[in-house]
Design a protein around this ligand. Structure first.
Ligand SMILES: [Zn+2]
Length: 300
């Protein structure tokens, strides 16, 4: 970080010679703006009244807090310091903790840590490139439990079997979601009251067990998930997970950004899906995405 205080300036001279001067521009700026900050000025007066605490004044007039330079309340200077520590050629977009550790060795101002957190959260490159190390978004949405058997079925085919005597080589499997019955063949007449009562009792038991199983599954699944909601019109990033030799959403290379966008949310579909306004180049992509594929765009 020591390099941050220096700036190399090339001087344009008419002859073949070029001159370089090294200016400690940032430090000079901090020092010159310190008197304009009323809080720092108050501290300076306290020091003169021998009530200094952790503050000291250098021989050249620079105010320090525990040997760190006191940065005055000036947007431009603070932005320059944050910019140099985060996105200059000497830095590689550090996270907020690393950046704070780097900066606190030399600089101090009230609310510095919060300012660093805000700056990193708003960095467009970090938002598009860095992976999120948090629980995935969108709580588990359990399906409604059917009221009666054979209301909700799933089906599958087992194919390429050896030919039977009747010339068949496949099996069609139909499963009822409530009772897990595999076939409706052999269902008894429902006009018999005893049979009807027995069926009702079985369905009630099956529903109760299905609800219990769903509740348990949801509580386990939601331990590693968190809620995230967007409003219509919010700008969001879309996860693309680029892989080698796989071209999705126009992104190819492995080191491409993990997120593209931002795109505007057009509408919410159900509890955990959103329709996005994709650009014309992605017109072939279905524009509804689960919330776990979206990331909030923190705007500056
Ligand atoms: Zn960044």
């Amino acid at each position: 970080m020591g390099r941050m205080d220096l700036e190399v300036v090339a001087l344009e001279v008419p002859s073949m010679l070029a001159g370089l001067i090294v200016q400690t521009t940032l430090l000079e700026k901090i020092k010159s703006l310190q008197p304009a900050d009323s809080n720092l000025q108050k501290v300076r007066l306290d020091i003169e009244g021998e009530c200094s605490g952790d503050f000291t004044i250098d021989t050249d007039g620079m105010l320090r807090y525990r040997n760190r330079w006191c940065v005055p309340e000036n947007k431009e200077v603070r932005k320059l310091i944050l910019q140099e520590a985060h996105r200059s050629p000497y830095s590689v977009h550090p996270g907020e903790t690393k950046m704070y550790q780097d900066l606190k060795m030399h600089y101090w101002w009230l609310g510095m840590k919060a300012d660093i957190g805000r700056y990193v959260a708003q960095c467009l490159v970090c938002q598009q490139v860095k992976a999120e190390c948090r629980f995935s978004e969108g709580k588990l949405q359990s399906l409604p439990v059917p009221v009666w058997k054979w209301e909700d079925i799933s089906m599958d085919f087992v194919v390429r079997l050896p030919c039977s005597m009747g010339g068949h080589d496949a099996i069609w499997v139909v499963v009822d979601r409530l009772t897990k019955l595999v076939s409706d063949v052999g269902e008894r007449a429902v006009l018999d009251p005893d049979v009807l009562r027995e069926a009702e009792e079985k369905v009630r038991l099956a529903r109760q067990r299905l609800l219990t199983a769903q509740s348990r599954q949801k509580s386990y699944a939601d331990k590693c998930r968190r809620d995230l909601e967007f409003a219509v019109g919010d700008p969001v990033f879309l996860k693309v997970s680029p892989m080698r030799d796989v071209k999705r959403f126009g992104v190819r290379e492995k080191l491409s950004p993990r997120y593209i966008g931002p795109y505007e949310v057009l509408e919410q579909i159900g509890a955990v899906a959103y329709r996005l306004a994709l650009p014309p180049k992605l017109a072939k992509v279905h524009n509804v995405f689960h919330v776990s594929n979206l990331r909030k765009n923190v705007e500056t």
